[in-house]
Ligand binder design. Structure first.
Ligand code: PLP
Length: 300
């Protein structure tokens, strides 16, 4: 099955949140990446990176994520007519495996953690294969940045942006988009959960560190370390790290479902926990953009 969609990702809704605006006594706008056909913003970066690798001669795409990154690559491969092979860690659940296979990708289970699957994927590359890293690739960031381009095109300008942070790919894309728009003084809030706080650890240490273990329900944030580029941004721009609990992340996701009728993963709930459960942090800021990053691993 092939498609003529030249972009793969869609231009997502950009909507006001009245309930959240009232909570923070400001103006909150939402970028609804949950509306992407693969369920998350990952489609932006993966679509862009896959196209570039295709131009460079790739004949097969290899991924190492059982989550939204693997799913986005599988979606892109199906639409470009390119085979996709995803090497998954044992922790990937049955539903996630099925979703990736539904997109026509083949899967293989290697390793107990994402890092083990990632190393196995890199070691398996043959001529004609392109490896799609889930967060550490400048091509990926270039694609993610388009979500800010879409906002800049509306003429609305935020004073602050809230993003969830896993490996930091979304953060890098958002920062790149802000630079491109000429918005150098936007405050960025980088939110993680207690069990996945690899960005907070890097900021504190002043270098990228590897957590001895990751835990909790925000599986899309569960990388044991962030990319170097995400830390480099914190040395140049105003970035505030915030850590929320699993309960706060899931509670925010539930409230968001009621307020905006959209189901999101706990990873996305982490970002939403800022206005819902820590609203004082956003008081007095004025205009805040929340990247509703989405995700298919929704907990009911
Ligand atoms: C990948 C992902 C994240 C984290 O993005 P990074 O680029 O790894 O920081 C957050 N939320 C969802 C839904 C994701 O799929």
């Amino acid at each position: 099955m092939t498609s003529l969609n030249p972009r793969l990702h869609i231009e997502t809704p950009f909507v006001e949140s009245l309930p959240l605006s009232l909570l923070v006594d400001g103006h909150i706008m939402l970028k609804m990446e949950s509306a992407q056909p693969s369920g998350s913003f990952k489609l932006r970066g993966m679509g862009y990176a896959c196209r570039r690798y295709l131009e460079q001669g790739a004949r097969r795409f290899i991924a190492s994520s059982g989550g939204n990154a693997g799913l986005a690559v599988a979606y892109v491969g199906r639409h470009l007519g390119i085979p996709v092979h995803v090497i998954l860690p044992e922790t990937t659940g049955e539903a996630a495996r099925a979703r990736i296979q539904l997109e026509g990708a083949t899967i293989e289970v290697i390793g107990r953690t994402w890092r083990e699957a990632h190393l196995a994927a890199q070691a398996s590359l043959r001529p004609g294969d392109a490896y799609l890293h889930p967060f550490d690739d400048p091509l990926l960031w270039e694609g993610h940045a388009t979500l800010i381009d879409e906002i800049a095109a509306t003429g609305w300008r935020p004073h602050a942006v809230v993003v969830a942070v896993g490996g930091g790919g979304l953060l890098c894309g958002v920062m790149q988009g802000l630079e491109r728009a000429g918005w150098h003084d936007v405050q960025l809030f980088a939110v993680e959960t207690v069990g996945t706080a690899s960005y907070a650890a890097a900021l504190q240490a002043g270098r990228v560190v590897r957590l001895s273990q990751v835990s909790g329900i925000a599986t899309s944030l569960a990388t044991d370390s962030v990319c170097e580029a995400s830390l480099a941004w914190a040395q140049r721009r105003a970035i505030t790290s915030v850590i929320v609990t699993d309960e706060e992340a899931q509670g925010a996701a539930r409230r968001f479902l009621l307020d905006h009728r959209v189901a999101v993963e706990p990873a996305c709930g982490a970002a939403l926990a800022l206005p819902y459960l820590r609203p004082r942090i956003l008081h007095g800021i004025g205009k805040t953009l929340i990247v509703v990053c989405g995700g298919v691993n929704v907990i009911p």
